[in-house]
Design a protein around this ligand. Sequence first.
Ligand SMILES: [Zn+2]
Length: 364
Amino acid sequence: MPSIFRAFVLAGSVAAGSWVGLDRPDAESTRDLAQRGLSSGARYLATLSAPAVPETPAPATSALPPEGPIEFGPLPQHRDPESVPSHAGPWPTLNPEASIAKAWMVAEGPAYEPGDRRRLVTLTFDDGPFPETTPAVLRALARQKIRAAFFVVGRYLDGDDERAVQSRATLEKVAAAGHIIGNHTHDHAHLAAITHTQVLDQIDRGAASIERVTGKRPVFFRPPFGELDDFGQQAVRDRNLDLLLWSVEKQDMTREDSKEVFRELVAQIEYKEGGIVLLHDIRWTSVRVLRELLGWLEERKYDPKKPQRLGYEVVDLPTYLRAVAASPLPYESRDELERVREAAYRARHPNATAKGTRAKPGDS
Ligand SMILES: [Zn+2]
């Protein structure tokens, strides 16, 4: 099929997205904090932004397991079936260089063949586990037999206090339900705003906290705020981790209007025709958005008996990545993809403004 024709078919079928433009969150960089004369320790702590724990205060870091060198087992290799639930099966290495730009592109999903009206959606949750809300997410997913991926903040799993014990138990439930568990750093740090030593510390201590609970070192890694500089990318590459970002997100972390978040989220899914959805399993707002989203997706489920009708299929992460590997988007950059999408959208909706225009900096 001539590529120009395929590009238009592709544009026609994938013209449902809008970018998640990601500027560096306006976190005060270490340099600014330096000017404020804060000590290096204070500067480092100021860049850590793990979402606040409700009610019971977070365990003092001193509750962490005794400091000193953390013994690491052999580093995992890619496509290590041991590292993910057995049902997930191996997945391809799409981004061995751990390039952030490539990771954003991979998140945008596969190119669909003309006539193929099945669109893939995979669900991901960040910043947990929280004993209050994460179980509600697990129940909603279990009702529809959906397997998702949870990107965990290691710090919540460390310590002997009641909350740490509950958080570990919650993560065990996540693992037992067959969901993928990924590393979201130890303290939800702005990895591009801290020292190199601290970057490595955040990645490795995050992984170690998870491994102590699940017995498996996480292979998927999601940097907070989708932020990773060259050094961070090198660190991810050196550890053979799979950098995993998202393509559908509507600031559920900072908003209370779950109905509006839901509406904007499904508008973005329709515009991109699928994608990697990011929600946060630590907020009741997000739990409400999830329940509505699952209902919406169920109503628009792809029906092989009606192949001409566009429909969504919620798949697990390895299945989504296998589809991307099998049919990658033929664009060099997201800007190029966005131009095609917007053109296709305007062609289909001459009077409408592009739905789901650029999202504000994502809150991962
Ligand atoms: Zn996050």
